[in-house]
Design a binder for this molecule. Sequence first.
Ligand code: SF4
Length: 250
Amino acid sequence: MNGFAEIRRPDAARLSGAAARAGALRERYGELEGEALLRVMLEWEYKGRIALVSSFGAEAALLLDMVARIDPATPVIFIDTGKLFHQTLTYRDILVRRLALSDVRSVGPIAFDLAGHDPDSALWQQNPNLCCYLRKVLPLERALGRFDAWITGRKRDHGGERGGLQTIEAVDGRIRFNPLAHWSQENIDDAFRKRGLPRHPLSEEGYASIGCAPCTEPVSAEAHGRAGRWRGSVKSECGIHHPRWSRNHP
Ligand code: SF4
């Protein structure tokens, strides 16, 4: 896309190197998940070169707690799109204090991109894909910078294109870990109880998956968790998890 404060594309060697590295990591650590996988990556394989990307949404506290127990100084990237619920910002601050996270980096869209493409702050209505691109995708790519690997809280249980998710993958020249990929909702709820973690303030109001306020609605108990995101639209992902440049995405 043109007209943005763009970011550099990884070269072919980096893309193919990451794909090969992901394959090797899967062979070695493919049986690990959750805190065991995180510990190996944070303390050994990617020490000082890895970040957790967290929405501080409905299930985020679990992964944040796992990371904090290993190293509370792990960099945590939080994308503040400028469209989040104020309850999410409050929840972020509560969890930062409670888990003693010491390196949470709140990032967001830059003024140049907003002025050029969303001057009246209504792009989410006209072109949500473009809105997500400038408010989420570009800020994340800038924030990942020199990190070689990152961690997400995505799960197969979320459905859709996440149904075949692996715990270790390569995308756009980096390694991406999904330590909870195989966890069920029951596993998540059980872990919240055992760890005594606070829920997002909107969870009790029926918000099962929590993103930007204009694009998130509560759902019934029977509905799938992500059904409340971009309701009435075919859109189901914001784009931060889609490869932008990878040729051989596994
Ligand atoms: S979720 Fe909605 S408001 Fe948030 S960045 Fe995407 S389109 Fe914009």
